[in-house]
Write a protein that binds this ligand. Sequence first.
Ligand SMILES: Nc1ncnc2c1ncn2[C@@H]1O[C@H](COP(=O)(O)OP(=O)(O)OP(=O)(O)O)[C@@H](O)[C@H]1O
Ligand SMILES: [Mg+2]
Length: 508
Amino acid sequence: MPGAHPAIELQGLTKTFGSIVANKDIDLTVYNGEILALLGENGSGKTTLMNMLSGIYRPDAGHIRVNGKEVHIRSPHDAIALGIGMIHQHFKLVDVLSVQDNIVLGTTGHYANRKQLAREIRDLCDRFGLHIDPARKIYSLSVSEKQTVEILKVLYRGARTLVLDEPTAVLTPQEIDRLFAILRRMRDEGCAIIIITHKLNEVLEISDRVTILRKGHCIGTVNTKETTARELTERMVGAAVDLSIHRPEPLRDAPMLDVHHLTVVNGDGVKALDDVNFSIAAGEILGVAGVAGSGQKELCEAIAGLQPIAGGAILCQHVSLEGLSPREIIRRGVSMSFIPEDRLGMGLVPSMGMVDNMLLKEYQNQPGALVDRAPARDLANRLVKELNISTPSIHTPVRKLSGGNVQKVLLGREIASNPRILITAYPVRGLDINSSMTIYRMLNEQKQKGVAVLYIGEDLDVLLELCDRIMVLCGGKVTGIVPAQEVTKEQLGLMMTGASMEEAMQNG
Ligand SMILES: Nc1ncnc2c1ncn2[C@@H]1O[C@H](COP(=O)(O)OP(=O)(O)OP(=O)(O)O)[C@@H](O)[C@H]1O
Ligand SMILES: [Mg+2]
C-alpha cells in the first residue's frame, strides 16, 4: 500500500502454550484505510495473534508498533487506549442493560449527561451507518444487532483499528451485507480493519489484502485483486484442495422420515412451526434453507423428542415417534447434531475429553451399570485418525480444542452411532474450508449408506451443491420444496423471505 501509513505492525510475534507453538515469528502489517483478511485453517493461530494485539495474551517474543511507535500492550484496557478494538465471537454484553448503558459501561467518562451521550451515540451511528436504538435492552436484540452494539462500543472508545474474529459465522446473507457496508464505511473513514473469516468468497469480496497463516507460521500476504479462492486455499493448506462438492445419485429408497402437518408452539404461544410437511428417503439429503430463527431449531428438536409438538406426526419408517423419550428416539436410529451460535453449548461437555464425551452417547448401548471405557477409547482414536482431529490427547478437555476440531468430534460421534436418520444443523459453522469439505464427504458417505440426512445450512451455494432437494422455511412455514438442481440462489433467497415457490420461479 504505497503512500499509506501502517496502523499496526507486528514483527516476529511468538506465543507458546506449553508445548504448543500457536504463533511463531509472525510479521503482519495493516494500514490505515484498508481491510486486511487473516486466513488460516482451524488452529493455525489467528485468534491467538489477535489476542496479543488486543491485550488478552502477552507475546513471548516480538514487537508491536502502533502508528510507527513501539508499544507494550498489557491488557485490553491498554489496547483500547491505543485505539485498538476487538469484536470477539462471544459477545461481552450485559443482557439486562440497554444498548446505551452497555456502551458506556467501564468507561470513566462523564456520562451523567444522558442527553449528550445519546447524541454522541447517534452521531457515531450516522457517521458509520449503524442502525440501533440506544434505549433497547440487549436481551431483545438479534445476534447481528448485538454485534452492532459491540462495534459501536469500541468506536465510542475511540478505536481506529478494529479486529473482528469470525464476525459473519452466525449472520444471515442480508446481515453480512449490512456488516460489510459498515466495514467499508469505516475503511473510507481511515480506520484499519482486520477480519478473520473462513469463507473465501467473503475474503475476496471485502478485503484489500490477505495474510495467510499455516500451523502458527505466516505464509505471506497477497493483494486480494491478484488472487483466487484456489490459490488462497493452497497456500493456507500447503497442498492442492479439491473445492468441488460431489452429489452422488440419491438411492431413492423408501421414505425413512415422514413429517405430517407438524406444528410446534413456543413459550410465547407463537407457532414456531406451522403445518410442516415433508419426507426424506433413505439415501437422500434434504437441505433446509431459511433465515435464522425460521423454525430450524424447533424442527430439529421436535424430531429428536426434545420439543413437545402441538399437532401433526413424525414417523420413522412409518412408526410414530410421538410420546417417546429422546433416548428411545436415539435407540430407533435418530441422531441429531446442532451447532448453535455458541459452539460449546452443543451436546459436548467442555471440561471432559473426547473419550468421556463419546461415553455420553455410547453408554446408551451398554447393558450393565459398569461402564467399559475401551470402546469409547477406540472410537476416539479412530475419529482422531479419520477426521484428522488435532488434539494433544483423547483425554484433553474439548474446550481446549479449536472450534473446528470440536465440531469434528461432535459430528464424528453422531455418525459413529450408525443412525438411520441424521439431522445436522450448521455443521460447518466456523470450520475452515478443508474441514468443511471433510464434513460434506462424511455426509455423502452417510447418504450412500442409506441414511436419511436432514441438512440445515446457511450457505446457499453449499445447499445447492450438496443436497438432493431443498426445503425453504420462512416464519415456521414451508414456502417450498425444490430439487436442488432446478433452483437458483436468487430463487431460494426470495422463498426465504416469504415468496411462494411459483412467485420465486417467475421472478428469480
Ligand atoms: N489458552 C490456550 N491454551 C492452550 N492452547 C491454546 C490456547 N489458545 C489456543 N491454543 C492452541 O493454539 C493453537 C492456535 O489456536 P487459535 O485459537 O489461535 O487458532 P485459530 O486459527 O483461531 O483457529 P479457529 O479457526 O479454529 O478459530 C491451537 O492449537 C490451540 O489449541
Ligand atoms: Mg479462532
